[in-house]
Design a protein around this ligand. Sequence first.
Ligand code: PEP
Ligand code: MG
Length: 326
Amino acid sequence: KQQLYRELRDRPSVSKDGIAVELMMNAGLAVDLPQLAEAGAAGIGLFRSELQFMVAATFPRAQEQEKLYREVIEAAGPKPVTFRTIDIGGDKVLPYFRGAEKEENPALGWRAIRLTLDRPGLLRTQFRALLKAAAGRELRVMLPMVTEIGEITKARGLIEREVRQLARFGYALPTSLKLGAMIEVPSLLFQLPELMRAVDFVSIGSNDLFQFMTATDRGNGLLAGRFDPLSVPFLRVLKSVLDAGRDAGKSVTLCGELASRPISAMALVGLGFRAISMSPAAIGPVKAMLADLPVGELEGLMIQLLKESAVDMDVPARLRAFADEF
Ligand code: PEP
Ligand code: MG
């Protein structure tokens, strides 16, 4: 198998019936970058910028942030990179930064975009570092844990202000700026047309979206495996986001762990995803799975499954039965 993955490594990911699916990787530190070539990733679909903050002893300075972003962009070369603004708070605590009070429910607390909009200096410094590092290239930035559209509007205002400032001081700028939102909080699912108008792209954070949809702590071992993301209700949610993206002409990707298991990656491609981001080790297996898969027929199966009764349907079993035919 390792041999097969190596053979596939430098080839684009295409299904048996010729449909291209971009397999991107998740990363967060400079040590992850060699994986781009080793795993044969099409780009970095999620760069978890908070990791630099979590391994540091104090807030990384603007120059240190810019240096890391530059390294990432250089390592990626022509491949696209999507930087996520710092997703701190919740379970991602910084020892040198304490919130105002101890939180009863940190996962639902002062975190990610909520925290950085309240401390806009953090966000502005990060935006400036990203804009400088991506001079002469496209810059893709996405916001974690967005709950309402106003958060995107505010963040866009902040980054545009940094663009104007840098321009005024004569800095080279990115050739284009794409600002996206992660879909992790279910409130966004009920305002998809408005969301699509406010962003350039969306990426579904299936780890958190599933946690909040099912009210299930993602780190609680007692509940692990109790509810299945490959269940009809959750798949219907993913499909509704794809449909809204298509209607609005905005790209929809997914960057949670769901993309990392071949069986669930299969479900995602069958739903209509054409770009997904996963842990680097998953790229070989997912690429190999895809090469054998007639995606046109799989799409037919998924449409049928989503129409059937959601009660007691074993989606993984149906997918496996389908895969066994080929
Ligand atoms: C997610 O929630 O699915 C996600 C990709 O973000 P993280 O795992 O870093 O919370
Ligand atoms: Mg998340």
